[in-house]
Unconditional design. Structure first.
Length: 288
């Protein structure tokens, strides 16, 4: 990786990021979140953190690294700035079609004494978990009744506190409404002055909390389905293998796992799951 030239400094303004400083930041990010930053991400790191240097009155990335090492709050802020939160409603729609057409008929016939639990494991700003909610509630009020009687519980987690706040707020720009198909849009969204909000019937199904996927999980019960999409691409092979097995172990027999469009199960976890479509897997009802 080359250091920035004087021209680069003029274009960007502020402090330059040296190779050594990039490696230190990358190492801290990996230690905290297991995310791996390739050398070609140096420009992204500099662009996302330069503003933070200015806000803190710091003149160099060396000073910023020293701050991050001693201040856990600033360390969390750095992680939030360096993690990508790109999502939209009904993204990779085949997952929700599978949820609706294959999993929901099974769940409708289940013993309703236990709640139906689904986890959005890297929820970003909430579009994924609210798409799950709308999918379960369906296209008319009569159909939605089953979700209430089934005791549906949706859990949304993200490493970023700001993203967790966005899930809880459940309000989105008007332009995002076009991502929601009309039948669900009419029932489960409400217009606001600046955009739209998720209707209470869907919001009430969701509990949002901050969680680092590589720390201890708080769950006491397994899940009927887990969405962990477009996050494993940021981990190295060792971290992927660890996370994949933990996800598989957190599913009930027969539970479904949905991963990102460019992801595949790469570890021994795939030996415990049955592919059921593109980036979709089910855990066997009995141990193979």
């Amino acid at each position: 990786m080359n250091q920035l030239t004087p021209l680069d400094r003029d274009l960007w303004g502020g402090a330059a990021l040296t190779d050594a400083e990039f490696r230190e930041i990358a190492a801290m990010l990996h230690q905290e979140s297991r995310i791996t930053l390739a050398p070609q991400k140096a420009t992204l790191v500099r662009s996302r953190l330069s503003r933070r240097l200015r806000e803190q009155g710091l003149k160099s990335f060396s000073d910023y690294i020293a701050l991050v090492r001693r201040d856990i709050g600033e360390r969390r802020q750095m992680i939030e700035l360096l993690t990508t939160n790109h999502t939209h409603f009904f993204r990779e729609v085949h997952h929700f079609n599978h949820l609706r057409n294959e999993m929901m008929p099974i769940w409708r016939g289940r013993n309703a004494r236990e709640p139906l639990r689904i986890w959005s494991a890297a929820s970003s700003s909430g579009e994924e978990v609210y798409t799950i909610a709308m999918t379960l509630l369906g296209q008319d009020l009569r159909e939605a009744q089953w979700a209430r009687t089934a005791g549906v519980q949706l859990f949304a987690t993200d490493i970023s506190d700001e993203m967790v706040k966005a899930v809880r707020n459940a309000e989105y720009p008007k332009g995002h409404l076009e991502q929601v198909p009309q039948p669900w849009r009419k029932l489960w969204t409400k217009e606001t002055r600046d955009g739209f909000a998720i209707a209470p019937e869907a919001r009430n199904l969701v509990t949002a909390s901050q969680l680092n996927l590589f720390e201890r999980w708080p769950w006491r019960h397994p899940f009927e389905a887990i969405f962990c999409r477009n996050v494993m691409i940021y981990f190295n092979e060792e971290a992927k293998a660890e996370l994949e097995m933990r996800l598989v172990n957190q599913l009930v027999p027969g539970g479904a796992l949905y991963i990102g469009h460019s992801e595949r199960l790469v570890s021994k976890a795939k030996d415990f799951m049955i592919p059921c479509g593109h980036t979709m897997y089910r855990k066997p009802e009995t141990v193979r």
